[in-house]
Design a protein around this ligand. Sequence first.
Ligand SMILES: Cc1cc2nc3c(=O)[nH]c(=O)nc-3n(C[C@H](O)[C@H](O)[C@H](O)COP(=O)(O)O)c2cc1C
Length: 322
Amino acid sequence: MTSLPLRADAPWLAPLAGYSDLPFRLLCREYGAAVCCTEMISAKGLIHHSPGTQDLLQTLPEDAPLVVQLFGNEADIMIRAMEPLLERGFQWFDLNMGCSVPKVTRTGCGAAMLRDVPNALAVARAMIRTAGEGRVGFKFRLGWDAGAEVWRELAAALEDCGAGWLTLHPRYARQGFGGAAYWPALAELRRHVSVPVIASGDLMTPGDGVRCLAETGVAAVMYARGAMQNPAIFKEHRALLAGARPAAPDRSAVRAMIRRHAALAREYSNERTALFKMRTFVPRYVHHLPGVRLLRQGLAVCHDWTSLDRLLDDFLGHSCNA
Ligand SMILES: Cc1cc2nc3c(=O)[nH]c(=O)nc-3n(C[C@H](O)[C@H](O)[C@H](O)COP(=O)(O)O)c2cc1C
């Protein structure tokens, strides 16, 4: 049985709704992401063939290892959603128990599952029975709200069920992204269970990732917003661990990275979607540079690739390599 790399020098790309699509995953892999996750996919949407749901499963052989993240809170639906995916060759799965967006939690899914641990475990057991021991990971928060911590009991029970790995974003669901991620909980979790623990939360730079590994002893880190701002974070993470002092990408490296992302987006999605995606990503890639407000205004009226290229060349300067 193959296994997933769960090591300090093998950083993961987090599931990111609206962002971790095939082109972005391929880009992150080129920069050294060891494992990538799809964005969360509705198990119900899969079995009811909801429009757009299948698109979230777009992949390629070089997009491996890939973890398919599902959300859903009914064991039988998870099984029906996963069986065809296994037949198609998907091997790794994750259950979203961390999403705090009301659209998801109102349906009892995502972080709302932390309010009903017995049901969460019934879903977990069904997923592991379907995919096999070690094939399913679980991503969760500390609990629904302060005073309702469930992560310790949940983690121990998930380990007993045969979870392959556990990812903790140490905030409460009610916090959303407010406050700071409480990394000491990651250190405690990895002492509490023997299944590998992956850290998520406030990993904005490679320095954060490496510090989190050192402070908590987790098996691996998962970059989310840090990768959305700088896909080269994976390369920098590996370099930092190897003792180098990686410099943040300069303007010409950022320009080359955006060109590459645009080329991948155009290759694997239609032109309209690709342009829309690039308009969403670009402000994040250049957020640290002066003049970004003006660039945003320009992006809002960018309706073709020529004007996007011109805008970026003006802002970042020309770079010849793709
Ligand atoms: C735009 C966006 C989309 C996200 N989508 C998902 C998702 O689909 N599934 C999931 O488990 N977490 C999702 N998350 C949470 C991240 O995977 C991660 O746990 C969180 O951002 C904390 O890490 P960070 O502080 O390093 O960004 C999302 C976060 C952001 C910012």
